[in-house]
Write a protein that binds this ligand. Structure first.
Ligand code: G6P
Length: 609
């Protein structure tokens, strides 16, 4: 996720900006840049790669000046490169902009701006902001920024400077965080608290649709209509740097679990057009071409493989195309039946997993079209595939995948709906109903995250377990598998997942009072069957933890613990059902004293076979 730092005050801005951006390095980035208002004009320095490249460029040719903006970029639109690095400037070179977020309507705005003579130089969505401010500017920078952002659809945190106002920095936000550290005779704008802690612990929290005009000794906050916000939210920060990097959460994993509503929202953003068409230009296929697809192969590893299994249920159910899901390391050596009527979907959060990349090459050699689903712009899979669908989860630092998993499922919902729409296998009315349910997903996840009491208590009871069983049916099978994977990855408790109906054919022999059984028992067409399976394990002494739908009071009779999730359509239940399992694993692992962010023997990206 991009980092923003802006400075106004008596110090040399370049040092403050580099220092602040260094404090945001943990967020991950691929390039960096600063813009400083110096006596010679607006100086912009940008470099691809790590901050050290930018710092050494500034070291060689210092950029004096006491007001400026800086940025570390995590690419979303346009590959990682110096040209796409921020800050971006307008045609006159007098306005500079740094941005965090996604501007959905940037293509329309680019066209409009180009048609009126603006020269856009990068592939980014951000650059349109500089040109919009330029076109609306008539001497009042704050007013121009307010007018410009009214034109933006999507999310943004922005820092903007203009040479005509050598003592002013304008900041604004919507759906992307931005704070202002209030110092003594200096102010520091930043996307996150660690960047300001060296200067102050007093922080103004900018809200959505607020625009701040920042000077060295004042901050003036306005609403978009120009009215004053007289009591902006202030907070005093108690955290140390380590806690601040984690946003006050104990671990990155925990923070990332809480970032899921945003990750899902960003991944779904802009995917439904006004006319009811699912927008997925990345597929780059006309409906007639989609009609020719007679098989989908999904390849992936680890958690991404489980997202692939969820997608199988969706694509088969909605688009009626047969889907095979294969772990990449098997696919590549399996002489797969893949030809040019096969669509291969490679799911990999890192975009660098060696086996998945090898599978992509194998599939393309056999004539298949390959679509990658990844979280990392510019990663290898994006260069080796025919099309890329990005999840917009932001960098994930915890080794065990959480927010990238639910964002992958969100992206796969979009893909499955698109295939169904192109094939005409689901009526438009139903597509729109599913879409409106899908749009509620971030809110549903939020409600689960708001009530953690029962979860902690439940986790406390199973801290001493040595082995566990996870059961589900239908879409609940991959969720059970992901729940089991999470538990074994971070708590080192043996966890096995099985389709609930298959349990009698083996795992039932393992059941004792010491083996907790986690069952996905959300509402669906096999609910009664799942309840029967629960009775089977309980008859053998098992302790049952059920993930069930709010309102299902009856399930309490069958389980020691019930983890409730909000009701949704059965096919969309994968995301809500996942959240309590992530948290259960987290709390058990913490109580066992495990390092949840860096579990033993595991790597975030497995670049070897
Ligand atoms: C590693 C990670 C997992 C991840 C898997 C696949 O094992 O620890 O969290 O699910 O790789 O990674 P990918 O980047 O291809 O999704």
């Amino acid at each position: 996720m991009c980092g923003i730092v802006g400075y106004v005050g008596p110090r040399q801005a370049s040092g403050v900006l580099i220092g602040g951006l260094t404090r945001l390095e943990y967020r991950g980035y691929d390039s960096a840049g600063i813009a400083i208002m110096s006596h010679t004009g607006l100086e912009v320095v940008r470099r691809f790669g790590k901050l050290v490249n930018l710092a050494s460029a500034i070291g060689e040719t210092p950029v004096p000046g006491t007001i400026g903006i800086g940025h570390t970029r995590w690419a979303t639109h346009g590959r990682p490169s110096e040209e796409n690095a921020h800050p971006h400037i307008d045609c006159t070179g007098r306005i500079a902009v740094v941005h965090n977020g996604i501007i959905e309507n940037y293509m329309d705005l680019r066209e409009e701006l180009s048609a009126t003579g603006h020269m856009l130089r990068s592939e980014t969505d951000t650059e349109v902001v500089a040109h919009l401010v330029e076109s609306y500017y008539d001497g009042d920078l704050t007013a121009a920024v307010s007018r410009a952002i009214k034109r933006l659809d999507g999310s943004y945190a922005l820092g903007i400077v203009h040479l005509d106002h050598p003592e002013t920095l304008v900041a604004a936000r919507k759906d992307s965080p931005l704070i202002i550290g209030i110092g003594e005779g200096e102010n520091v704008v930043a996307s996150d608290i660690p960047a300001v802690l060296e200067y102050t612990r007093e922080v103004l929290v900018l809200h959505d649709d607020e625009v701040a005009t920042v000077h060295a000794d004042s901050v003036h906050v306005q609403a978009l209509d120009g009215t004053d916000v007289s009591d902006p939210e202030m907070m005093h920060v108690e955290w140390d740097l380590d806690a601040a990097e984690k946003g006050g959460y104990e671990d990155f994993m925990f923070k990332e679990i809480f970032e899921q509503p945003k990750a899902i929202r960003e991944t779904l953003r802009g995917r439904m057009c006004e006319g009811g068409d699912i927008q997925l230009s990345e597929l780059d296929m006309a409906p007639e071409q989609v009609a020719l697809i007679n098989r989908v192969f999904i390849i992936a590893c680890g958690t991404s493989f489980h997202a692939g299994m969820v997608a199988k249920t969706l694509i088969e159910g909605w688009a009626r195309i047969p889907v095979e899901v294969e772990v990449s390391s098997e696919f590549r050596y399996s002489d797969p039946i893949v030809d040019d009527d096969t669509l291969v979907v490679a799911i990999t959060q890192s975009g660098e997993t060696a086996d998945t990349l090898a599978g992509v090459r194998e599939a393309r050699d056999r004539g298949a079209k390959v679509i990658a689903i990844t979280n990392v712009v510019g990663s290898r899979v994006t260069r080796e595939s025919d099309g890329v669908i990005y999840t917009h989860a932001g960098p994930e630092i915890g080794v065990a995948a959480t927010k990238t998993f639910t964002a992958q499922i969100a992206a796969l919902y979009v893909l499955a709906l698109k295939l169904a729409q192109a094939k005409g296998t689901v009526q438009q009315e139903r597509i729109e109903h599913l879409w409106s349910e899908l749009s509620r997903m971030p809110d549903l996840v939020e409600t689960i995250l708001e009530d953690l009491d029962g979860l902690k208590e439940c986790a406390d009871e199973y801290v001493g377990a040595n082995s566990s069983l996870f059961l589900g049916r239908g879409i609940g099978v991959p969720i059970a598998m992901e729940g089991a994977l999470k538990l074994k990855e971070i708590s080192y408790i043996h966890a096995e997942a099985y389709p609930a109906g298959e349990m009698k054919h083996g795992p039932i022999a393992l059941i004792t009072e010491e083996v907790p059984v986690v069952v996905i028992a959300t509402q669906g067409h096999t609910y009664e069957k799942v309840v029967s399976n629960i009775q089977e394990v309980r008859a053998r002494g098992a302790q049952v933890i059920a993930v069930a739908t709010h309102g299902d009071d009856d399930i309490r009779r069958h389980a020691e613990h019930v983890l409730y999730v909000p009701a949704t359509t059965e096919s969309l239940s994968a995301i809500p059902a996942t959240i309590p399992l992530q948290l259960l694993s987290y709390y058990i692992a913490k109580a066992r004293g495990c390092n949840v962010d860096q579990p033993r023997n595991l790597a975030k990206s497995v670049t070897v076979e």
